[in-house]
Design a protein around this ligand. Structure first.
Ligand SMILES: Cc1cc2nc3c(=O)[nH]c(=O)nc-3n(C[C@H](O)[C@H](O)[C@H](O)COP(=O)(O)OP(=O)(O)OC[C@H]3O[C@@H](n4cnc5c(N)ncnc54)[C@H](O)[C@@H]3O)c2cc1C
Length: 383
């Protein structure tokens, strides 16, 4: 543990209270206005949530994987838009920098990412390169003193608010796959970098994505992450385990929130002269949801502990992401069912979670990609 038990307990209680008393009452407003209020963003920064996984020397909390998972179990018990705001700074937007950045790059960006002064985005996906990310076409051509980037990135979380983009581009056109790809640190406002309109999404309102377009965008040679060409895809893959575990914990939290709401509703709502919670068919839905959420919680914690012991958890992290994201979809579906007609109505917020949960099976690797990773590693282990 990076934190002593008492400090960790204090952090969990603070986040839990903040979620309960400050964020939950704002869920409808954030969904209706598709925006997180500026004062809430400030409070999130003051709590240190932008720097959960950034090392202490750069101003973050430097949490271990297990500690980060435990914080996510609390933070995820409300609309995922709040988590999404800090998600990129803690996960895919900073971890590459922590693992493979030069000292100069770390000191230039990590303190601002940890404090929330700067938001970072991770720009990998393209219109024609999603699951097959290694086929990306964005090109970074070497010129005097740096590179010129051309290409379009799609569905990039927090791009409309980002001060820093980690951009994956092909520096070696002769290498068609992952080996020709480098990661670049590109600041917002760099000439040649523009944003598309904000995407209209199915759910997770308050969290924004858009295209990031590079048209003859000049960057200096020092913008290459780690100042080494051809390492970009390797960096992206290295940060995946952490991201997958974080998302798994968020899925557990959302499931637990939905189970809590469903149980309360089932105990209050009466039909045929008794609370619907007394009906065994309703109990079966509650019990199945509780069992599955508990299984996902145990999986995420166990895998996080193993990661903290520096074990290779690539397979297990994919198992966690696959199971937890599919699980929360089933739990959200049962929550709608337990709420009956009310579950379909916007005022109760359950249908909103149902839509919000759908994303977890798609980003940071779809369920099918997790299945491929797991099976491929199984075959590799045996042979
Ligand atoms: C809200 C949102 C936020 C996002 N944020 C970011 C971000 O910040 N940065 C970023 O870089 N990207 C981001 N993405 C992109 C996301 O990671 C991709 O959408 C995802 O990886 C899937 O790629 P795709 O949409 O191109 O789907 P495709 O790859 O076209 O997949 C379509 C379907 O085919 C299946 N499929 C594909 N290949 C195989 C295969 N080999 N075997 C079996 N089935 C297969 C998929 O599982 C899926 O069901 C975001 C996406 C969304 C929706």
């Amino acid at each position: 543990m990076a934190l002593d038990l008492q400090t960790m307990q204090g952090l969990l209680e603070t986040v839990s209270r903040f979620v309960r008393e400050r964020l939950r009452p704002l869920e409808h407003q954030v969904a209706d206005e598709d925006a997180i209020p500026a004062d809430v963003r400030r409070e999130i920064a003051e709590l240190g949530l932008f720097g959960l996984s950034i090392p202490e020397e750069f101003g973050g909390l430097g949490l271990t994987m297990e500690e980060e998972v435990r914080v996510a179990f609390e933070l995820g018990k409300t609309s995922p838009a709040f988590r999404s705001l800090v998600g990129t700074n803690n996960g895919i937007g900073s971890q590459g920098l922590i693992l493979d950045g030069t000292e100069e790059q770390k000191w230039r960006y990590l303190p601002r990412l940890a404090s929330g002064e700067m938001i970072s985005s991770f720009a990998l996906t393209e219109p024609e390169a999603g699951s097959d990310a290694a086929s990306l076409k964005t090109a970074a051509r070497r010129v005097d003193g740096g590179y010129v980037i051309n290409g379009t990135k799609r569905f990039i979380t927090n791009a409309p608010h980002a001060g820093l983009f980690t951009v994956f581009a092909r520096t070696d056109p002769e290498q068609p796959g992952a080996r020709g790809v480098s990661a670049f640190l590109v600041e917002a406002g760099t000439p040649g970098l523009t944003l598309g309109p904000i995407d209209r999404k199915m759910g997770q309102k308050g969290s924004h994505t858009c295209d990031v377009i590079f048209a003859d965008c000049h960057v200096p040679a020092e913008a290459v992450l780690g100042e080494r060409e051809g390492q970009g895809f390797g960096t992206a893959m290295k940060v995946l385990d952490r991201g997958r575990l974080h998302i798994s914990a968020i899925c557990v939290a959302m499931a637990e929130r939905l189970i809590e709401d469903s149980l309360r509703y089932a105990m209050e709502r009466k039909q045929f002269g008794q609370p619907i919670a007394e009906f065994q068919l309703v109990q079966a839905m509650l019990a199945d949801s509780r069992t599955e959420a508990y299984a996902a919680r145990c999986m995420a914690l166990e895998t996080a502990r193993r990661k903290d012991r520096l074990e290779d958890v690539a397979t297990e992290a994919a198992c966690c992401k696959l199971f937890a994201s599919e699980m929360v979809g089933r739990v959200a579906d049962r929550a709608v069912q337990i709420h009956g007609g009310a579950g379909y109505m916007a005022d109760y917020g359950i249908e909103r979670f149902y839509r919000d949960a759908r994303l977890f099976r798609i980003y940071e690797g779809t369920s099918q990609i997790q299945q491929l990773v797991i099976a491929r590693n199984m075959i590799k282990e045996l042979s």
